[in-house]
Design a binder for this molecule. Structure first.
Ligand code: PLP
Length: 368
C-alpha cells in the first residue's frame, strides 16, 4: 500500500476563505507594504499576546537577528559568546555584523548554552551573549543575566523556537536586552516569511526602524544608514489569520507530543526530553537522542526508506561547518558535538495523526 510522505513539519495555514477575506481590502487600498494597517495591527496584537512593551516586525528571523545585533552599536571585531548547537543563522548573524563568535558548549540536559562555561570565555573584547532557546527549552536566564550584569554585557536571545512560551510566569520574549523571533513557514507561528525583535529599551525602536527602512525619517530626510527589512501586508495578514488559531495549534502539537512520549518513554537506547514544569511550552519540535551516531543514522535512513523525513537538527554543530572551520577560537565543545551526532528531530505538526505517530514510532523502535 502506498503511504503518505511525512515531512518533519507541515506549515499551519488558516482556511483559504479566511485568508482571502483578509487580503481582499488590499485590492482597494493598493497598500501592499511599508508599515501598512496589517503590519501595525500585527505588532499591536503580538505585544499584547507576548506581554512585551516593544516589538519591531521584520522580513524574516535572520534579519531580525542581524539588525538587533547591529542596533546595539558594538565596535567591529568585538566578541559575542554564543552556542554552536543552533541553526546556522545565529552564527552567520554574528559574523555578518563584523563580530567574532566565541562558541560555548551546551548542557546535555536541555541542549541550551552551559551558563557555567560562559565566564571563562569572557575577554576584554566581549560585548554580548547570544544564547538560543533550543527546541523551546529555555536558557538559564537568571544566571545569564547575572553574568551580563557583572561584566556589563548585552544579552540577545535567539527565541526563534520559543514563540509564546512562558517560564515562571514570565514571557520568554521579555528576556534579555532583545529577543528574536522567526515566523518562517516551518515555525509554530508563521507569517510565511517573517520575524521580529522584541525589546524593552525604547531607544532600540528608532534604531531598528531606521535599519529596516533605509533610515528614512521623512520624505526628504534620511537620518541613518539602513537596509530593507520590512514585513509586507500579505505576510502580516497571514500572521493575523494564524494568530486566530494559535491556541488550538499549540494544543494539538501538545497532544501529539504526549502521544510520542507515551510510546517512546523508557525505550532502550532512546532518550526523550525531560520537561521542565516551570515552562509553558509551544511543542515546536520532537527531538530524540539515540544511543550512538550509528543508531541515529540507522533510524534516519529507515524512516527515509518509508517516506518519513526526520531531520538531523542540528548536525553538524555550526562551529564545524566548512565556512567557519579553523577561523575561530578552538573551545571544548564536547557536549554539543555528542548531542548533534546522536540527535534526530521527529515529525511534529498539528495535523499529524496519531496513527502516523504510531507508524513512525514502530519504525524507530525496531532499529537497534
Ligand atoms: C528559523 C531560525 C532562524 C532564522 O529565522 P528565519 O525566519 O528563517 O530567517 C534563526 N535561528 C533559529 C534557531 C531558527 O530556528
Amino acid at each position: 500500500m502506498e503511504r503518505k510522505t511525512i515531512y518533519v513539519t507541515q506549515s499551519s495555514m488558516p482556511l483559504y476563505e479566511e485568508y482571502i477575506e483578509m487580503i481582499r481590502p488590499l485590492w482597494d487600498s493598493h497598500k501592499l507594504t511599508n508599515m501598512g494597517d496589517y503590519h501595525n495591527r500585527l505588532e499591536e496584537k503580538l505585544k499584547d499576546i507576548l506581554h512585551i512593551p516593544y516589538i519591531s516586525l521584520m522580513v524574516n528571523g535572520h534579519m531580525a537577528l542581524e539588525m538587533a545585533i547591529q542596533a546595539m552599536d558594538f565596535p567591529k571585531g568585538s566578541e559575542i559568546i554564543t552556542t554552536p548547537f543552533t541553526f546556522v543563522s545565529t552564527t552567520h548573524a554574528v559574523i555578518r555584523n563584523g563580530m567574532i563568535p566565541v562558541f560555548c558548549d551546551i548542557k546535555y540536559s536541555d541542549f541550551t548554552i552551559d551558563e557555567n562555561k560562559i565566564e571563562a570565555l569572557i575577554t576584554d573584547k566581549t560585548v554580548a551573549i547570544l544564547p538560543v532557546h533550543v527546541y523551546g527549552n529555555i536558557c538559564n536566564y537568571n544566571k545569564i543575566q547575572n553574568i551580563a550584569k557583572k561584566y556589563d554585557l548585552k544579552v540577545i536571545y535567539d527565541a526563534a523556537h520559543a514563540f509564546m512560551e512562558v517560564i515562571n510566569g514570565k514571557s520568554v520574549e521579555s528576556l534579555g536586552d532583545a529577543s528574536i523571533l522567526s515566523f518562517h513557514a516551518t515555525k509554530v507561528f508563521n507569517t510565511i516569511e517573517g520575524g521580529a525583535v522584541c525589546f524593552s529599551d525604547e531607544c532600540l525602536h528608532e534604531k531598528l526602524y531606521n535599519l529596516k527602512n533605509f533610515g528614512i525619517r521623512s520624505e526628504e530626510e534620511v537620518a541613518a544608514v539602513g537596509a530593507n527589512g520590512k514585513m509586507n501586508e500579505f505576510c502580516a495578514a497571514m500572521g493575523l489569520c494564524n494568530l486566530e488559531h494559535i491556541e488550538k495549534e499549540i494544543e494539538r502539537r501538545k497532544k501529539n507530543t504526549f502521544h510520542y512520549d507515551e510510546i517512546l518513554s523508557g525505550k532502550k537506547g532512546i532518550m526523550i526530553r525531560k520537561r521542565n514544569q516551570k515552562i509553558k511550552y509551544n511543542y515546536g519540535y520532537y527531538p530524540v537522542v539515540f544511543s550512538s551516531q550509528e543508531h541515529r543514522n540507522k533510524v534516519y535512513t529507515k524512516l527515509k526508506n518509508n517516506n518519513i523525513y526526520a531531520r538531523k537538527y542540528f548536525y553538524p554543530i555550526t562551529a564545524d561547518q566548512q565556512c567557519f572551520l579553523g577561523k575561530y577560537a578552538k573551545v571544548d565543545l564536547k557536549n554539543a558535538r555528542e548531542v548533534s551526532e546522536r540527535i534526530l528531530t521527529l515529525p511534529l505538526y498539528s495535523d499529524l495523526e496519531e496513527d502516523e505517530i504510531d507508524r513512525i514510532c514502530e519504525i524507530v523502535c525496531k532499529v537497534q
